[in-house]
Design a binder for this molecule. Structure first.
Ligand code: AMP
Ligand code: MG
Length: 490
């Protein structure tokens, strides 16, 4: 490896690779013909303690899998998962974990190459990825991060100079993903399903050390850890709902115990508000529709609860009761986060019993009038300031009616209209990764023009402030675009 990239600041400690070997397989990325960097996330590089300039100028080999940074011990992780309700054995079929980078703050970050070649878990797949889906994950995950929502991050995308064969031949690419960990609900399902009594306790200790260190001191660490996961997922899915995000494939292998959003495949943000929205072309039944997400998260957590049972202290009945008790707290935890977020979106700082209905009535009116989710909430701040419904909303008489009740509600708390509006602008984004803008950037990138990609990424970096530069990223798709569909990100 060239000296320059070796000296970028790598500091690996690979604790996952020290777990029992059944949980992973040592796997080297398969070298590619002609690596080239498309994008490097320089602020994230700095957070990781890596030199952004070195990565940009000399990182292609590492980001494409041709060079292994010093201290990395590449592995593919084993996991299982319920996919659309059906249990399957899986594992990283096209992702290779380089190792855990210890950042300057002492934080531990998984660094994973997605699309880096075949592994023991590839089954019939080629282990590769196309540039479109990898850039898509880069854009949407970084957009999510800028919205303040827990997520895996994207450090870089590199092209391989090779073609991958999908419906058509496409340019191959590798995404470098950064995560608090890649431990999934499905990782616990795998450990529980294998007949090896060492796996589950080892995985649990590892996950606790990384995500819930205080659980180790608890009378029942497994239950305390589970409570942590339930709380993080309740908070996460509430955040998704409040920005109109549809994950698209909430299989248990795509749910991280860290509470970060993971595996951006057929995900998308709502334009017009419809709770039944499904974007994924493979989700025929609408299992993972927008409105179903809290219920699915709860269902997935029940699968985690089952997997943890063997490591819960006490007899069989006591264990069952303990995890059931924690699992049962999900709806109220979700509701608490959701309601708090809903109040913030409406500019409410006091709590009244009618707040939940007020928010629900707004959503109903948005549904009826096919209002744009993001633009409606962004517009409320101006409505709070001027007490007038903007002209462009004139087609929504139900919104006018709703507005009177909301303004009366605002009158019953302190704060000037300007203060209320300023508060609302901190939580209601004006820019989200709109589907038509993402597609526009991807199709330009596919034909070698990366300008639109960088402009979109710049607009997403500051999602709460209206600027001249982000104007074209604020609006919904042109009328008559039809329903948006995404295809599973392979
Ligand atoms: P996903 O739908 O991306 O969550 O992936 C589900 C499973 O399929 C995971 O185990 C992936 O590693 C595997 N997989 C997806 N694409 C490929 C591919 N091109 N080659 C091998 N395995 C893949
Ligand atoms: Mg996945």
């Amino acid at each position: 490896m060239p000296e320059s990239i070796a000296a970028a600041g790598w500091r690996f400690d690979n604790s996952y690779a020290r777990l029992p070997e059944t949980l992973f397989a040592a796997s080297q990325p398969a070298p590619v013909r002609s690596p080239a960097v498309v994008v490097v996330n320089e602020p994230l590089a700095a957070e990781l303690g890596l030199d952004p300039t070195i990565l940009r100028d000399h990182g292609a080999g590492v980001f494409a899998g041709n060079e292994i940074p010093p201290g990395a011990e590449p592995i593919a992780q084993a996991y299982a998962g319920h996919q659309f309700g059906h249990f399957t054995n899986l594992g990283d079929g096209r992702a290779i974990l380089l190792g855990e980078q210890i950042g300057p703050s002492g934080r531990r970050y998984d660094i994973q190459l997605k699309g880096a070649g075949r592994t023991r878990y590839s089954r019939g797949g080629d282990g590769r990825a196309a540039i479109g889906p990898m850039l898509r994950e880069y854009i949407v995950s970084e957009g999510m991060h800028a919205l303040g929502i827990p997520t895996t991050r994207s450090l870089a995308v590199a092209t391989t100079g090779e073609l991958v064969l999908r419906n058509a031949p496409l340019a191959g690419a590798v995404l470098t993903r950064v995560a608090a960990s890649h431990i999934r609900v499905g990782t616990f399902q795998f450990a529980a399903a294998v007949e090896d009594d060492r796996l589950l306790p080892a995985l649990l200790d590892h996950a606790i050390a990384r995500h819930d260190p205080t659980a180790a001191e608890s009378a029942d660490p497994a239950v305390a850890f589970f409570a942590g996961v339930v709380e993080r997922q309740a908070a996460l899915v509430a955040r998704w709902m409040l920005v109109g995000f549809v994950h698209g494939v909430m299989n248990t292998d795509n749910m991280a115990v860290s509470g970060e959003t993971i595996d951006y495949g057929p995900c998308a943000f709502l334009d017009t508000y419809d709770p039944a929205t499904v974007f994924s072309s493979i989700d025929q039944q609408g299992r993972y529709a927008y409105a179903n997400q809290p219920g699915i998260a709860h269902w997935n957590l029940a699968r985690l609860a089952e997997s943890l049972l063997p490591v819960v202290r006490g007899g069989e009945d006591e264990s069952l009761e303990a995890v059931r008790g924690v699992l049962a707290t999900f709806p109220e935890r979700f509701d608490r986060h959701y309601l708090a977020g809903a109040r913030a979106k409406l500019g409410l700082v006091t709590e009244e019993d009618g707040d939940r209905d007020l928010f629900a009535a707004l959503l109903r009116s948005m549904h009826e009038s096919q209002a744009d989710f993001t633009a409606t909430f962004a517009g409320l701040a101006s409505m709070a300031e001027s007490h007038a419904v903007p002209a462009r909303e004139a087609t929504a008489p139900t919104l006018r009616e709703w507005q009177a009740g909301w303004l009366a509600r605002l009158e019953r708390q302190s704060g000037t209209p300007a203060q209320v509006a300023a508060r609302m602008r901190q939580v209601n984004p004006v820019v989200i990764p709109r589907n038509h803008r993402v597609e526009e950037a991807l199709s330009a990138a596919e034909s070698g023009d990366f300008g639109p990609l960088h402009q979109l990424l710049a607009a997403l970096r500051d999602p709460f402030v209206e600027t001249k530069d982000n104007e074209r990223y604020r609006g919904g798709p042109p009328a008559g675009c039809g329903a948006y569909r995404t295809f599973c990100g392979t």
